[in-house]
Write a protein that binds this ligand. Structure first.
Ligand code: ZN
Length: 270
């Protein structure tokens, strides 16, 4: 069995740790804070064999240099952006540490844990963003959040909707491991967009109950995101209508609807 354990970091990040059964070898996703990770690994006598990076923002890569120093055999999977000519909005590059550069469609094989994930490039939050998918789980960094999505830094609304389209067709039972605990806050905005969405009202109650008990709201199910997350629902007539009402004019493409909802949240809610 593949266990996926959150190591909380900063104020609201989750560093995901993957462990097969009770093996001592583990995999880390987006270790932004080495202190929290190393303390956890030492406490449980664990050996990290690989790091997966979704994108190179400091709260996802901040711990890499120290982890590589402490565990020199560790493999680092990351899209190699050193070759890119475009500005990527990456704030803590790890190009020097990449042992396994990944591109779209690659399979990440971590044989120690019998893990085989597919790499999907999903630009939008940043241009260098990738997701890792397999075994019914998705690590999507700052692309999908619980009932929300990451801001558009270097990517465009067109890229983000194209990325959302790719993620939307994964099985609805996929467990979505996002990198932040933002769900309740996001649900508040989602209810502005779709006040009558019964699934959303139900999610609000369920996730509030979880948070009151100190339980993370993530992972969520992809099917739940598709029913409640306004940033994945730009094709739904009510969502489009709400976006048009906010903008005061009609919108014609998925990207226009998405961009309007993003603007609405950035300007009026956050
Ligand atoms: Zn980010």
């Amino acid at each position: 069995m593949l266990n996926i354990i959150p190591i909380p970091a900063f104020s609201d990040n989750y560093i995901w740790m993957l462990q097969r059964d009770n093996l001592k070898q583990v995999v880390l996703v987006d270790p932004g804070d080495e202190g929290k990770v190393i303390a956890f690994l030492q406490q449980h006598a664990l050996q990290p064999v690989a790091i997966l990076i979704t994108h190179q923002h400091y709260d996802h890569t901040g711990g890499v240099a120290r982890l590589v120093k402490q565990y020199p055999e560790i493999k680092l999977f990351c899209q190699n952006t050193a070759v890119s000519e475009k500005p990527l909005s990456i704030d803590l590059p790890v190009a020097d540490f990449i042992t396994h550069p990944v591109v779209d469609g690659d399979t990440v094989d971590i044989n120690e844990l019998d893990i085989h994930f597919k790499v999907m490039t999903i630009p939008g939050h940043t241009l260098d963003h990738v997701a890792y998918f397999g075994e019914g789980v998705l690590f999507c960094g700052d692309t999908i959040f619980g009932c929300g999505c990451g801001r558009l830094f270097s990517g465009t609304a067109e890229q983000m909707t194209a990325s959302m389209e790719r993620l939307s067709v994964l099985p609805a039972t996929t467990r979505v491991y996002t990198a932040h605990e933002y769900t309740l806050d996001n649900i508040g905005f989602a209810r502005w967009v779709e006040p009558d969405n019964a699934d959303l009202i139900q999610r609000d109650q369920e996730d509030m109950a979880k948070q009151e008990k100190g339980i993370p709201t993530v992972p969520s199910l992809l099917g739940t995101e598709l029913k409640t997350n306004p940033f994945m629902r730009y094709k739904i007539p009510q969502v489009k209508q709400a976006a048009e009402q906010y903008m005061g004019h009609s919108l014609h493409t998925d990207a226009e609807v998405f961009a309007a909802i993003r603007l609405w949240k950035d300007k009026e809610y956050d």
